[in-house]
Design a protein around this ligand. Sequence first.
Ligand code: ZN
Length: 105
Amino acid sequence: MKRCSTCGEEKSTDSFTNNRSREDGKATQCKSCVKKYRREYRLKNEEKLDLKSKEYVKALEPWYIAQVLRMPLSQLTPELIELKRAQLEMTRLTKQLKKEIQNGN
Ligand SMILES: [Zn+2]
């Protein structure tokens, strides 16, 4: 039996993940606490991602497109704005997907 450093519950050593750097070879947090921590961490990150995508949509205003294309706003046509938006969105999605794959999600 071993006491979890997070929830303080006494659990069988099976409930702890292995950690070779520890004296007893087990992590100080029980598996369910580790799981909970990971879940909360993921939720927090998802909130951040959501915020980022909102900021991103804002960044796709015509004035921003004009800046990216280095054109005066007055010369932009709706088609050009649409195309550039789609291109930027693809770039963003590609990066996001790449990151997710690398993070093993
Ligand atoms: Zn615990």
